[in-house]
Each structure stands twice: as structure tokens, then as C-alpha cells.
Design a protein around this ligand. Structure first.
Ligand code: UDP
Ligand code: MG
Length: 317
């Protein structure tokens, strides 16, 4: 199998037929063996029937039906687990990601890029979504070493080893573009078109977006856990400096200086408070270690093993 398309589907009855038609129209002329995996994420509308009918009509189609709604990224993971292609491409079912861009993604993957990301040229979403995703993209950039401008766009291509590494991550939140980038050896980004949603409503409410962003923040880094420690250190240092200042003033100007010792109390309070935060921060450090161990991500990905006597064993830490 040359490449697999993985599409999460949640109540997309109005878009599915056009999606299937356009994907097949674009991919068939490429003359490479491919499959289109539609993962139904517990839809309650006619999506399931449309997928079934599509699978009966077209040999390239495959349907994976989850028993209830697990969320977009879980659905993509379920698709990854079934995909057989050497390259795996994800896109949304609502036609915001035009299937016509697939050949360009493939071309980049063929050049040896193991993750091909995409930037939406003219993003067709609400102002709030654009702003929120700008913040998130900046945060991710600060936390990961790979430079990508747009993590929200799901029109992406992954090499098989990267997809398998992502599958091996058994952590609660699995935001696929970020996970994949943490295993990318040679990522690249291309610009793609972005259309408004074809039909139906966005599946993300304001509340679920906020939850997603909080999830993202905590899945990327353990910095929030360590924040208390940093704060504690700063507070203690400020308290200590203030204490020195007050002591100096007292020696120079006598006991009446600095409101009869009230400022001394202040500086002591700062030092103690700082110590408290520092303590919380240390607990945070241990928690961060636990968290990282518990996530159990593969430690590395091997590209190739050479040597005559050696058998390639398990790939990944
Ligand atoms: N989706 C899903 N499960 C969900 C929510 C969404 O499989 O619980 C799918 C949805 O059908 C679509 C994609 O994920 O193919 C992106 O969803 P949507 O277009 O609603 O998100 P937005 O474009 O607003 O970010
Ligand atoms: Mg959409």
C-alpha cells in the first residue's frame, strides 16, 4: 500500500459523499495503491450508512466504526492503527481541507520528509478561533524544537514509522500533530487552501475548545507544574534583598527607620512565602517526573540499522 488517507467522521452526513467523490477523483489518477479509511466517531446521523455504502461501491474505501464518540484525535488514532500505507495522510471530513492538496503533500513526503505539515493560506474560521490558535501555536513553538507555524490544520502527512511511534504513546491526551512532530526527523510545512465548512456545524463549542487548549498546554510540557518553584525562588530572593536593604538602613539611620521593624516583618514574610512556593515547586518537579514516566513515550525512533550480524529488533525506546 502506497498511502492511506485517514478521515475522522462525526455527524458529517452532508459532506461525506462529496468528500469520498473528491478524494477518489484526486487519488485514482495518481496510479498508486491507496486506501481511504473513514473512521466513524460514533455518529448519530446517516454517516455510518453512507460509509457502508461507499465501502460496498469502491474497493479503496474502508470504514472503522467506533462504538461511541471519543473525539477527533482518538478517531484518527483508530484510523492509524488500521492504515497500511507507507505514508499516512489525515484530513477533516467537512471539506475545510481540500482533497485536491493531497498530491502536493505526497510529493513532499516522497522527498523524504517524515512529517509534512500545512499552513492554511486564508483561514476560514471565526476571529476567536484564529486568535486562540495563534496563542497555542506560539506556545507550542516555545515548547517543541520543531518550527511549525500551524498546528491546527489537520491536512498532514506522516511517514509510517512516525505514525507508529504516535500510536505507541499511551497517554491520555494525544494531540497528533504535536506528538508526531516530537518524532519528526525531517519535517516540512507547505501552504494549503482552506475552505469554510461545507455543511453542518463545527463540532467544537467554546467550552470544548478551552478544554482542548488546556489539554494541549499540559500535554506539551510540565512547565505549569514547575511554575510554583520559579515563583518561590523569585519571591525568596526579593524578600532576601529587601531584608538586606532594611538591615542596611537600620544600621545607617537607627531603629526608627523603616517604620519600626514593620518592613523587616515584610521581608521575612516574603522569604517564608517564597520558601512555601519553592516547596510546592519541588513537589511539582517530582510530579513532572512521574508524569513523564507515566506517559511512556518512545524515547527514540531508529531510522536504519546497519551491520551484518545485527537483527533489527524493536524500534523505539
Ligand atoms: N470530529 C470527530 N469527532 C469529534 C469531533 C470532530 O471525528 O468528536 C471530526 C469531524 O467530523 C471533522 C473533524 O473531526 O471531520 C474536525 O471537526 P470540525 O470540523 O468540527 O472542527 P473545526 O474545523 O471546527 O476545528
Ligand atoms: Mg472543520
Amino acid at each position: 500500500m502506497d498511502f492511506s488517507l485517514v478521515v475522522p467522521v462525526f455527524n458529517e452526513e452532508k459532506n461525506l459523499e462529496e468528500l469520498i467523490r473528491r478524494c477518489l477523483e484526486v487519488c485514482r489518477p495518481l496510479d498508486r495503491p491507496f486506501e481511504l479509511i473513514l473512521v466513524d466517531d460514533g455518529s448519530g446521523d446517516a454517516s455510518r450508512d453512507i460509509i457502508e455504502a461507499g465501502c460496498a461501491a469502491h474497493p479503496e474505501l474502508a470504514g472503522v466504526f467506533l462504538n461511541r464518540n471519543y473525539g477527533q484525535h482518538a478517531a484518527v488514532m483508530a484510523g492509524f492503527a488500521q492504515a497500511r500505507g507507507a505514508t499516512i495522510i489525515t484530513l477533516d471530513a467537512d471539506l475545510q481541507n481540500p482533497p485536491e492538496e493531497i498530491p502536493r503533500l505526497l510529493a513532499k513526503a516522497d522527498q523524504g520528509h517524515d512529517v509534512v505539515g500545512s499552513v492554511r493560506r486564508k483561514r476560514q474560521d471565526s476571529l476567536f478561533r484564529k486568535l486562540a490558535s495563534r496563542c497555542v501555536n506560539t506556545l507550542i513553538k516555545m515548547n517543541t524544537k520543531t518550527e511549525m507555524r500551524d498546528y491546527g490544520c489537520m491536512l498532514r502527512a506522516y511517514s509510517r514509522p512516525v505514525a507508529e511511534a504516535v500510536l505507541r504513546c499511551r497517554e491520555a491526551t494525544r494531540f497528533i500533530p504535536i506528538l508526531a512532530n516530537s518524532f519528526a526527523g525531517n519535517p516540512v510545512e507547505i501552504e494549503v487552501e482552506h475552505a469554510p465548512r461545507n455543511a453542518g456545524e463545527s463540532k467544537y463549542s467554546l467550552f470544548s475548545l478551552i478544554r482542548l487548549y488546556l489539554d494541549l498546554l499540559t500535554c506539551m510540557s510540565t512547565f505549569p507544574l514547575r511554575l510554583a518553584g520559579v515563583m518561590g525562588l523569585v519571591l525568596s530572593l526579593v524578600g532576601f534583598a529587601a531584608g538586606l536593604f532594611v538591615l542596611g538602613g537600620r544600621l545607617l539611620y537607627g531603629a526608627n527607620w523603616a517604620a519600626d521593624g514593620i518592613f523587616t516583618l515584610f521581608s521575612l514574610a516574603f522569604i517564608l512565602l517564597g520558601g512555601l512556593y519553592l516547596g510546592i515547586g519541588i513537589v511539582g518537579e517530582y510530579l513532572a517526573r512521574l508524569y513523564n514516566t507515566e506517559r511512556n513515550r518512545p524515547l527514540y525512533l531508529i531510522k536504519k540499522i546497519t551491520g551484518q550480524g545485527i537483527n533489527a529488533q524493536n524500534n523505539g525506546g
